[in-house]
Design a protein around this ligand. Structure first.
Ligand code: MN
Length: 134
């Protein structure tokens, strides 16, 4: 890569392989660094280890769901300020409200449009307070 534009690291926690590929392809093509996990627990470990700039969190996951995972990220001082963008099932009424209540910063209903996802990613990354500045 000769293009040295700032590349933020985005962790994607998503169990659906097609959605995972779609989201990661989008992130790749915009030069984001991508970490991925198909389940919540290893995803949380990745977040604690790498401190990504953003987490894209599927809410419906096998085992621990994305709401619980978000609460855990929020309860850890090291990961508490990482923005979380929830991917919610559009048909599930109340998903959005529950996502925000669990501490997600924002949500996108599936199926989502690429432009909408990208805009939301950029918005959340630009909102993030940078350490060492005030
Ligand atoms: Mn899912």
């Amino acid at each position: 890569m000769t293009d040295k534009t700032t590349s933020a690291t985005v962790l994607v926690i998503e169990d659906n392989p097609l959605n995972m590929e779609l989201v990661c392809d989008i992130l790749d093509s915009y030069n984001y660094r991508v970490l991925r996990s198909e389940r919540a627990e290893p995803g949380i470990s990745l977040a604690q280890e790498h401190l990504p700039d953003l987490v894209i969190m599927d809410i419906s996951l096998p085992g621990m769901d994305g709401l619980t995972a978000t609460r855990l990220l929020r309860s850890d001082p090291n990961t508490r300020n990482i923005p979380v963008l929830a991917l919610t099932a559009g048909a599930m009424r109340g998903d959005e409200r529950r996502a925000l209540a669990a501490g997600c910063d924002s949500y996108i209903s599936k199926p989502f449009e690429i432009d909408v996802l990208l805009r939301e990613i950029e918005r959340l990354l630009s909102n993030r307070p940078r350490e060492g500045t005030s």
